[in-house]
Ligand binder design. Structure first.
Ligand code: GBH
Length: 442
């Protein structure tokens, strides 16, 4: 942090990210339906602190205050997600205009402060009626998603500056349907793979729906984790390749026209003629979420997985125990360019950030030097990737606010702004001031 942050290309987007269920609260307001996360969070034993997102940051009622915080921060873009159960409470059928009204107000408030609205259509909050009909295991959900995309684009298509169809379909498949630590809490292991195909199909159908209503660019946000091999046997290398295919390629190879990785193709009952072309609809931007690399080695005999995850040693760790490896982001960005070449669209880093304890001092101030170091290191890694010729157009910090961190409830704080739960009082942390200065100097 001693040398000044190098310059970024003109027009580089400085952003912050959030998602609907993690911040909005107002679970019963204005005709909102239930999502799989409402159901899951209300089941005993699912969430670390027994909390739910019923109130969260109450952003639904406090959005104007949050937009003012972003205006003061000086960000050029805000990535939020639209809650499907607000817009279409049953997951199909008519739109709930009051739900759309909220995003309309939010979008206008952002534009009034010169902040680009970047809207994610699906950040894991599937309407419960669709889950009851099979969720993303059912092909029909892909079609329902495209219909919902059309409803949102009909209302916001003239003002949203960048669309993101899905957030981290890998996490939704693996945590939600594979191991069950996220909603809907299914434990299907590799039988969850049709969820990949139906999400990708939903993405492709939604791209067409968005393009019919809006001239704005369209993206998807995938999460990636570069492999660090532990061990150098053939079995270790095979484990690394298996993890790479599942975590880093399953959702990107088909999007960029390469089809499914070998061994992960959906069965003939799932993959239909024309699906791969629908999925490979041209993307304007690839959203990249990066938190950390993964340590991988060969699994024990009899393991249900073709790899074993190992803790990376030798790095500082966040409160989540995730290792802090800024160069992994450079490696990832360069690796995407090397693998996909001309098929790779421009990239925006749609998430990056870290959890720390962030306890206010006696004067109510929150000093978070670790988060500053994290962001500083990761932005330098982006800059280094740009120097190596990767076309990176923006970086969105996860997150603007401390929020409801899924299965961890309120126990993990990712915000540039501290939120006191349950009062909801917002206090910018020292990282907020650091990010503001950084943007201000651009
Ligand atoms: C994102 O997911 C989500 O989009 C967002 O909603 C969420 O709040 C945010 O990140 C923070 O969690 O333990 O070393 O094996 C992140 C996906 C998957 C990234 C698990 C880190 C664990 C790495 N994460 N992964 S490790």
């Amino acid at each position: 942090m001693t040398t000044p942050m190098p310059a970024f290309p003109a027009g580089f987007r400085w952003g912050v990210s959030t998602s609907a269920y993690q911040i909005e609260g107002a679970a019963d307001a204005d005709g909102r339906g239930r999502s799989v996360w409402d159901t899951f969070a209300h089941q005993p034993g699912r969430i670390a602190d027994g909390s739910t997102g019923d109130v969260a940051c109450d952003h639904y009622h406090r959005y104007a205050e949050d937009v003012a915080l972003m205006a003061d921060l000086g960000v050029s873009a805000y990535r939020f997600s639209v809650a499907w159960p607000r817009v279409q409470p049953a997951g199909s059928g008519p739109a709930e205009p009051r739900g759309l009204d909220f995003y309309d107000r939010l979008t206008d408030a952002l534009l009034a402060r010169d902040i680009d609205p970047v809207a994610t259509l699906f950040h894991w909050d599937l309407p419960q009626p669709l889950e009851d009909a099979g969720g993303w295991l059912a092909r029909d959900t892909a079609h329902r998603f495209a219909e919902y995309a059309d409803l949102v684009a009909a209302r916001l298509g003239d003002r949203v500056k960048l669309w993101i169809t899905l957030n981290e379909p890998f996490v939704h498949m693996s945590f939600g349907y594979g191991i069950g630590s996220h909603a809907p809490g299914r434990q299907l292991l590799f039988d969850a793979v049709p969820v990949a195909h139906h999400q990708l199909l939903g993405h492709g159908l939604a791209v067409a729906a968005l393009r019919a209503r809006s001239g704005s660019p369209v993206a998807i946000a995938n999460n990636y984790s570069p492999v660090r091999l532990y061990g150098d046997t053939d079995a270790d290398r095979a484990a690394g390749a298996a993890y790479e295919a599942l975590h880093n390629r399953l959702f990107t190879d088909p999007l960029l026209g390469l089809g499914y990785p070998a061994g992960l193709e959906p069965g003939p009952d799932v993959l239909r003629d024309g699906d791969l072309a629908t999925i490979a609809a041209p993307l304007d931007v690839l959203g990249v979420n990066y938190y950390n690399p993964s340590g991988i080695r060969a699994p024990e005999e009899g393991s249900p997985l073709p790899f074993e995850l190992v803790e990376l040693d030798g790095y500082p760790r966040t409160a989540f125990d995730w290792p802090v490896v800024p160069d992994g982001l450079r490696e990832l960005l360069v690796g995407l360019r090397d693998r996909y070449g001309d098929a790779l669209p421009p990239i925006e880093v749609t998430e990056g950030g870290c959890a720390y304890d962030d306890t206010p001092d006696a004067d109510g101030r929150v000093a978070d030097p670790e988060r500053i170091a994290y962001l500083d290191g990761h932005l330098r890694a982006v800059r280094a990737a740009i120097d190596e010729g990767v076309d990176v157009r923006g970086y969105f910090v996860w997150s603007l606010l401390d929020n409801w961190e899924w299965a961890e409830g309120f126990t993990k704080r990712f915000g540039l702004v501290h939120v006191d739960f349950p009062t909801g009082t917002r206090t910018p942390k020292s990282s907020y001031h650091w990010y503001r200065d950084l943007i201000d100097r651009r």
